[in-house]
Design a protein around this ligand. Structure first.
Ligand SMILES: Cc1cc2nc3c(=O)[nH]c(=O)nc-3n(C[C@H](O)[C@H](O)[C@H](O)COP(=O)(O)OP(=O)(O)OC[C@H]3O[C@@H](n4cnc5c(N)ncnc54)[C@H](O)[C@@H]3O)c2cc1C
Length: 341
């Protein structure tokens, strides 16, 4: 277990925001996590407790006056085989994309379209990460966690986790209550490529890959290539990926927008019509523009970036301004995907 006091979180958030935590504890096992919780209850009184992963979906607005937990529980193990399916239990502290890569090498398929998403395995189950037509919730068999209040161990079947677009019970009714320790994924031995989404087929053709000879590793390369074109590398320019969620609006609201903007893109979604937030932001003229040291990425309006030295408040000011402008122009209130801390 590593314990740091008055610790900089600069390298624990991909926005590159310079803030400090009173205490940061990294643990390598469930036993160490329980020790860390005992330390928290003994030393920290009423101060807040926060579990982070790779910090790739967080925006720190100020120093964190409490304890931050970070999992170093790594490794994976096959825990079951059912027909074509393989059940693999993975430590929540493993880098998600390392596991995606490992799984494909081993011939366990399903996660290939999620290649290149930053962060840890534990957070994948909290966030229900998704990309290019796949959401991880559809591949989660079981989530294991430890209660932050009393250290008791719990588990949830995938179907109990309330997975929806970037949502789960761990972001809703159980938010902040559990440390996720292990995630069991249900993967498949048969490779069934999903190519229908977001320019995948076009990028495949450009790479000279045909559908007949496509392998999961080739598909991973295509996805990584598309992502590199669209998204800034946090190691070069601080960001947290998509800052806003794509709003789902009613058919009536959509019809009004379409009457003014016949080119508005849309997708059918449960409860209405999903409109890309990036398109809405682009129409307000924010794409590529800055507000102080925070800016809207010039290749993808859904992404906000730290141009250097931005505080969380600078980024939030930009986000609030965009939300107000989109509301004024389209009557739609954007919600943030990024978690404000
Ligand atoms: C360049 C870039 C591209 C991205 N692309 C995508 C994308 O395509 N699709 C997508 O869905 N997301 C994307 N994201 C967002 C981000 O990668 C995901 O949300 C990811 O799951 C966050 O993982 P993390 O480990 O960094 O979690 P953090 O940002 O550290 O935490 C996210 C949330 O999970 C909680 N949490 C983390 N670990 C645990 C744990 N072990 N136990 C309990 N709670 C925990 C935190 O408290 C917080 O609420 C992108 C981000 C970046 C920077």
């Amino acid at each position: 277990m590593n314990i740091y006091t008055n610790c900089s979180l600069l390298h624990y958030n991909t926005f590159g925001i310079q803030v400090r935590a009173d205490m940061l504890v990294e643990y390598e096992s469930v036993g160490e996590l329980k020790q860390a919780l005992a330390l928290y209850h003994e030393r920290m009184g009423e101060k807040p407790l926060l579990h982070i992963g790779g910090g790739s979906n967080l925006l720190f607005l100020c120093d964190f006056k409490g304890m931050v937990l970070h999992s170093l529980v790594e490794g994976y193990k096959v825990v079951g085989e059912e027909g074509d399916d393989v059940l693999v239990r993975v430590g929540a502290g493993m880098t998600f994309d390392d596991f995606v890569s490992e799984s494909l090498w081993r011939g366990w398929y399903g996660l290939e379209n999620l290649s290149g998403i930053p962060g840890q395995v534990g957070a994948s189950a909290v966030q229900n990460v998704g990309a290019y037509g796949t959401e991880v919730g559809s591949l989660i068999e079981k989530v294991e966690g430890v209660s932050l209040s009393d250290g008791s161990q719990h588990s949830w079947k995938g179907a109990e986790c309330g997975y929806a677009y970037r949502q789960s019970i761990f972001k809703q009714e159980l938010a902040g209550q559990y440390a996720i320790t292990y995630v069991t994924y249900r993967l498949h031995r048969t490779f069934r490529p999903q190519l229908e989404y977001g320019g995948v087929r076009q990028a495949m053709a450009e790479a000279g890959f045909s559908e007949d000879t496509l392998t999961a590793m080739k598909l991973r390369q295509v996805i990584l290539f598309i992502r590199r074109q669209k998204l800034p590398d946090p190691a070069i320019q601080g960001n947290a990926g998509s800052f806003f969620m794509n709003p789902v609006i009613s058919q009536e609201e959509f019809n009004i927008i379409r009457s003014n903007y016949p080119d508005v893109p849309s997708y059918a979604a449960p409860g209405g019509v999903k409109v890309p937030a990036g398109w809405l932001i682009e129409k307000t003229g924010w794409k590529g523009r800055s507000l102080g040291p925070a800016a809207v990425y010039d290749k993808q309006a859904l992404v906000l970036v730290n141009k250097g030295g931005a505080t969380g408040a600078d980024v939030k000011r930009l986000a609030d301004t965009i939300i107000a402008d989109v509301k004024q122009k389209f009557g739609i209130t954007l919600s943030t995907e990024v978690n404000y801390i």
